[in-house]
Ligand binder design. Sequence first.
Ligand code: G16
Length: 542
Amino acid sequence: MDVEGLKKYSALHPKPAGLTLQYGTAGFRSKAQQLEHVMFRMGMLAALRSRATGATIGVMVTASHNPEEDNGVKLVDPLGEMLHPSWEEYATQLANAEDQELQKIVTEICQKAAVNQQKDASVFIGRDTRPSSKELSQAVIDGISVLGGQYHDYGLVTTPQLHYVVCCQNTQGQYGKPTLEGYYQKLSKAFTELIKKSLSSGEAQRQLKIDCANGIGALKLAEMETYFPKEVQIQVYNDGTKEKLNHLCGADFVKVHQKPPKGLDMKPNESCCSFDGDADRIVYYYKDTAGHFHLIDGDKIATLISIFLKELLAKVGQTLKMAVVQTAYANGSSTRYLEETVQVPVYCVKTGVKHLHHKAQEFDVGIYFEANGHGTVLFSKAAENTIRQLAKEEKDDAKREAAKVLENMIDLINQTVGDAISDMLVIEAILALKGLTLQQWDALYTDFPSRLLKVQVADRQVIDTTDAERRAVTPPGLQEKIDALVKKYKLSRAFVRPSGTEDVVRVYAEADTQENADALAHEVSLAVYHLAGGKGAPPQPI
Ligand code: G16
C-alpha cells in the first residue's frame, strides 16, 4: 500500500468530525457535502472488492429518488448484483474510520476478506445528473487510484446501465457488450422483435408520455431514440432542463402522493409513466374521463408480467418453478390476486432490492417488484437454456413461437437489477402482444386504499422490526399500540420501519376506505412520534 499517497489523498477528502453513516438499503445516502470522504473510501473499497473477487466492481454515484441536494454511492458486485452483505459491514467500517485510522482499517479488511493486495483491481464508475455527482465521482477515482486500481469512468449513466455493463464485463460478453451502445442494441433488438409480432396482428401505434423526474432517464432515452421502432412514440417530460431533480415529479413522488407529477399534461386515458432520478424505478398511470387519477404501481407491474409469463410457459409446455417476491408495502389486494387468481406463489421479504433479488434467485423464473416500481425478473441459467433451445429446435410451431417470445423477453429484461427503461419496454411489449389498454390492465384488481407517511424522530434506529418488517420489536409498546389501532378499522393493516435511504421512519397503512387508511396512518404516525422520540411538531392529519 502506498502509505504516503493514502495520507495525501485522505487529507484531500477528510472525514467531517463526528459524522457516522451506515451502508443502508441502497448504499450510503446523505447531504452531498457530507459525502466526499465516503466516495474516496468507497473507491478504495471497490478496488479491494475487485481484488477479492478477481472481477470488475461497479461504483454508482447517485441518491436516486432523494432530493437533488443529497447524494449517495452504492457498489455493484460482479454479476451486477448489489454488494454482498458481508462487505456492507466493511463499507460502514471504512466510511466511519477516522482519517488517521484508514491504513489500519484497510489492512484489517484485507486480512478478514483474504484480499491479495498484489492482484489487479478494476472498477467501473457511473454517476447521475446531480450537480454534486461529478466532483464526488472524482473522489471515487482518487480512492481507486490510491490503491493502485484501474478504472473506467462511464460518466452519466442510469444505475441499471452501470449494473448491466459490470455484468457484461465479468461474463466475458455472454450477457452483452459492456457499452451503452451494446445495452441499447440488445434491448431494442428484443423489443423490436416483440412489437413486430403485435403490429402484425393489427395493434395500433403505441404512445407513451414519460416523466423522467428531471434526471438521467431523459438523457438516456434521447440516446436510445434512434434505436426505437417507429411504431412506438414516446414523449419525454421533466427532462432536467428546467426544474430540479425529483422535485414534485418522478416515480417516488407519484407513488407516495398518488397524484400526477408536475410538468406533464395528461389527457383522459393517455398512457403515462414516471421514472425516478436514476431510472431504476417505474410506475404507470392515467386519468379517466371523469378526471380521476389511476396509479399502476410495482405490484400491478409484477401481476401483468406474471400473467404473461405464466401463459407463455404453459404454451411451451414447461413446468418451470415461478414465484413472485414482494415486500410488506405490496398492496394486500395484489398479493391476494396473485395467489388466488394468477395462482403463483408469493413471498414477502425486507425492503430493498437486494433482498428481493436474493429470494427471486431461488426460482426458475423469479419475478420481483417493490410497490414503488423497483423490480425485474430473474431466469435461472437452466430455465434460460431450456427456453433458448426450444426457440431454436422445437418442431411444434405454436410452442416454438411462444419460446421465441420468452427468449426475447429474457433479452429485453435487465436481470441485474430493476431498470425503468427495460421495464417500460417489457410492459409496452406485453400490453401490445396481449392487446391490453392501461385501463384493462388496471382493472385486473382494485387496490385496497393505502397511505404511506414519514415521521421524523431523533434516532430512527430505535425502531427494530421482524417478520419481513411487518412487526416492530422496539421501542417497547409500539407494536401493541399499532395492533390496537389496526383493530379499529376494517380490512386494515399497518407497519412501521426505519428508512434506509432517508432520515425518517416510514409508516404504511391499508384499510377499507381511503379516509380510514389515512386516519390509521396518521394515528400510527402519532404512536411513532410519541413512543420513538419524535422530532419537531407532531404529525398532522392528512
Ligand atoms: C432504494 C432501494 C429500494 C427501496 C427504496 C426505499 O430505492 O433501492 O429497494 O425500496 O430505496 O428504501 P427505504 O424505504 O429504506 O428508504 P432508490 O430508488 O432510492 O435506490
